[in-house]
Ligand binder design. Sequence first.
Ligand code: NDP
Length: 293
Amino acid sequence: MSELILGKTVSESIYAELKERIEALKSKGTTPGLAVVLVGNDPASEVYVRMKGKKCEELGMHSVTITLPEDTAEKDLLKKVSELNNDKNIHGFLVQLPLPSGIDEKTVINAIDPKKDVDCFHPVNVGKMLIGEPEFLPATPAGVQQMLIRSGIETKGKHIVVVGRSNIVGKPMAAMMMQKGDGADSTVTVVHSRTKDLPSITRLADILIVAMGKPNFVTAEMVKDGAVVIDVGTNRVDDPSSAKGSKLVGDVDFEGVKDKVSAISPVPGGVGPMTICMLMANTVSAAEKAVSR
Ligand code: NDP
């Protein structure tokens, strides 16, 4: 059986470090503050926003949740963004995506002060990350990188294949792993839906990072013996045997792959807890930078 890379364990070690940094900030009179703006009542977004607020409270951070109705005009949301840009008690904030139709996501993201953009979605922050001078790292790829680092998995000189090229996961993941330095220095290949003969490329991966949104897509034949597999995919599928009638599965056929690889992250319990953890880390960093400015 391969090693299991568990986001819960990795995130706990990061939270322990964050608590110390938060205490240090508080002793200097600053409580790191995170605001989350939720527009409308998308049930999945409501769950994420609640989880973020709860985690802030657990860590002793200042947490603000702003809920706006589904029919909020773009200009009113932009006004709220401007208020948060100028709020001294808020060191980082995000506008929960997706936004209702009628509001342009890009316009909203571009209005966020890059110094408070803890999701790392603002083009300035994406560019800084790409040139290796990050203000913040995007939460999910940063979480995957921490899972590799804290599991002692060498990335230097390793061939990483990233499946997926979204702006939220695949693209920044690839950009981060090709940077110079510890936890990176990898040779990176990115594959996507237009890639020809995808299995012939995924089989070359020393480390395979999968972010497709396709349940159980990656099977044992697509993976090299002894590879490390990180499954970002989170897919809800029917499961008549469970009380809920559904269950979460990843993009990787975990049962088929687990005995072939040296390490693998399961779903659930793998990457899942890391995104909020890295969001908290970005907020603490934002507060530290604000204090030192
Ligand atoms: P997107 O749908 O934005 O991107 C999916 C990517 O996978 C695209 O680049 C797409 O290619 C590629 N793809 C889709 N089908 C295939 C295929 N048959 N062969 C090769 N490539 C394919 O998804 P996200 O990146 O936002 O998310 C990916 C998964 O990760 C989802 O399951 C999501 O729920 C999960 N996720 C989990 C998080 C967490 O655990 N904390 C956080 C964020 C996401 P193309 O560009 O050509 O269309």
